[in-house]
Design a binder for this molecule. Structure first.
Ligand code: FAD
Length: 484
């Protein structure tokens, strides 16, 4: 079907007639806060914002949009940063915000599982788990803003992936409203279930293109009674990787986080807040923030201390936090670096991954390539070593104008992705493809993968109304509005 242009007012009237009172917003002031993502880099003007109070509301919306060919974009906490969760600028898409579907439906410390609605903020879901002496291990800087449905739709990772896995590894089941409005109830608590295809996997990481996740059943774990944090300085990324390989074995696989930060990141963090001191007495080119956790009768402090002493050939300097507060101070450096890295302006974000064993070579080659092609740009490098996931961000020189920054970002991203390709890596290990990475993704995807992905999309969303133009280009048949 060709695109049809329908006046905005007519589409709004259709939506209002189909939906219960009080869940649709269309006035400019009311929808303002749904138009921009966490970074402020991505903006979109929706036709309307729908805030369902129940799964039935979501179903009604999808039935109406499917019947009238109106595109829908699910929105969580807007921290995805690839232009996927905000509407297109033209005003033709309906944003469905899950923020009011945010309840805990059930939790069991025996099943070590919880069922939570998709709009629950991750930090809140983690608090529900802690109230039962459990943890939901998905942990990262945006946890106070992102929502569980967004975590599922992006297969979020974070600091604890090396011990507990990504969101994909933690999802036991999903409830999803399909593009045609039918509700798929796959909310299982089962650990083992081999009845046919594992359909939930299709929706995990699908970036809102296959259905609206309305509830999630998640694995929980016993809350550790001991947490130890250390920051060590090293001579090179190679030494950091050698330390990583030994840490997992020698600490009885109790390491939960192993965060790499190059010196530039520490400088940024120290400059971000007055009164912060260099954490170690020696200035090192590379730092690693290590966290280990355990419960029961394990002397975790001794395990970590002994390990760090035994790794003295690799470690130049280090500190083990003597209290939780001191541990938090070490983590603060990591957080401040992320917040302050752009010097208050724009910077290029990448979230690439390579096989863990090749990470040191990758970082060295990528930094060399950047220094050669753009010596005046400032790279900021850090990442979650446990999942081979590195941020190689690029900060423009002070005073560079907007157009030159666009060119710099385009070129440096190309330089980094070329090195990622040489290492058989992924150009997105965190944020997904969205709109921002689409071109680079399509350039690299093989024909068979593209064909299979297209068939899945056609099967689940035959009208192409779910988040059109995210991951893949939009279909011509999707509705447009007359007034822009
Ligand atoms: C400071 C910071 C640190 C971060 N650190 C990490 C990290 O360590 N690891 C990591 O993996 N990511 C990280 N991220 C990225 C981001 O937080 C995650 O991708 C997060 O899971 C997005 O959740 P959200 O609720 O904000 O989703 P949104 O940004 O609102 O949406 C993201 C995508 O999911 C879709 N979506 C949202 N909700 C639903 C739903 N209910 N049903 C279907 N589709 C839906 C949207 O349409 C969009 O495509 C970080 C981001 C920031 C800002």
């Amino acid at each position: 079907m060709d695109a049809v242009t329908v006046p905005r007012e007519k589409l709004l009237a259709t939506l209002k007639a189909a939906l219960p009172y009080g869940i649709l917003l269309s006035a400019k002031d009311d929808i303002e806060r749904y138009t921009r993502d966490w970074s402020g880099d991505h903006f979109g003007m929706p036709l309307a914002v729908v805030r369902p109070r129940s799964v039935d509301d979501v179903s009604l919306l999808m039935r109406c949009c499917s019947a009238n060919n109106i595109p829908v974009v699910p929105q969580g906490g807007l921290t995805g940063l690839v232009g996927a969760a905000v509407a297109a600028p033209g005003g033709g898409e309906v944003v469905i915000s899950l923020e009011r579907l945010n309840k805990l439906r059930s939790i069991s410390a025996i099943d070590f599982a919880m069922v939570v609605e998709a709009g629950c903020i991750l930090e809140e879901a983690k608090r529900h788990a802690e109230a039962e002496d459990c943890i939901l291990p998905i942990t990262f800087g945006a946890q106070g803003s992102c929502r569980v449905g967004g975590n599922v739709a992006t297969n979020a990772g974070g600091f604890n992936v090396l011990r507990y896995g990504m969101t994909r590894d933690l999802v036991l089941g999903l409830e999803v409203v399909l593009a045609d409005g039918r509700v798929w109830n796959g909310l299982k608590l089962l650990r083992k279930d081999n009845r046919g295809y594992d359909l939930k996997q299709l929706f995990i990481g699908s970036e809102g293109t296959l259905g609206v996740v309305t509830a999630v059943s998640l694995k929980l774990f016993p809350k550790p009674t001991q947490v130890e944090t250390a920051l060590v300085g090293l001579r090179s990324v190679s030494d950091a990787m050698a330390l990583y390989a030994r840490a997992r074995r020698e600490c009885s696989d109790l390491v939960t986080a192993f965060e790499l930060i190059l010196r530039g990141g520490i400088d940024i963090a120290l400059g971000a807040r007055a009164g912060l001191r260099d954490p170690l007495s020696e200035v090192c080119p590379v730092y690693v923030l290590i966290e280990a956790s355990a419960g029961g009768r394990v002397d975790l402090h001794a395990i970590l201390q002994d390990f760090l002493i035994s790794a003295g050939d690799l470690i130049v300097d280090g500190v083990v936090a003597s209290s939780r507060a001191q541990g938090d101070q070490l983590w603060l450096l990591r957080e401040l670096m992320v917040e302050a890295q752009g010097r208050g302006g724009r910077y290029l974000r990448t979230d690439v991954s390579v096989p863990i064993s090749t990470l040191a070579g990758f970082v060295e080659d990528a930094l060399q390539a950047l220094a050669k092609s753009h010596p005046d740009a400032l790279p900021v490098t850090y990442g979650h070593v446990g999942d081979g996931n590195i941020h190689l961000n690029v900060v423009p020189p002070v005073g560079m104008d907007g157009r030159a920054i666009d060119v710099l970002f385009h070129e440096t991203e190309g330089v980094i992705f070329d090195v990622v390709d040489r290492y058989n890596g992924s150009l997105s290990a965190e944020h997904g493809i969205g709109k921002v990475k689409q071109q680079a993704f399509l350039k690299r995807i093989d024909d068979v993968s593209l064909d299979l992905a297209g068939r899945i999309k056609d099967a689940l969303d035959p009208g192409g109304i779910m988040s059109p133009g995210r991951i893949f280009p939009p279909r011509a048949s999707v509705q447009e509005t007359g007034e822009r």
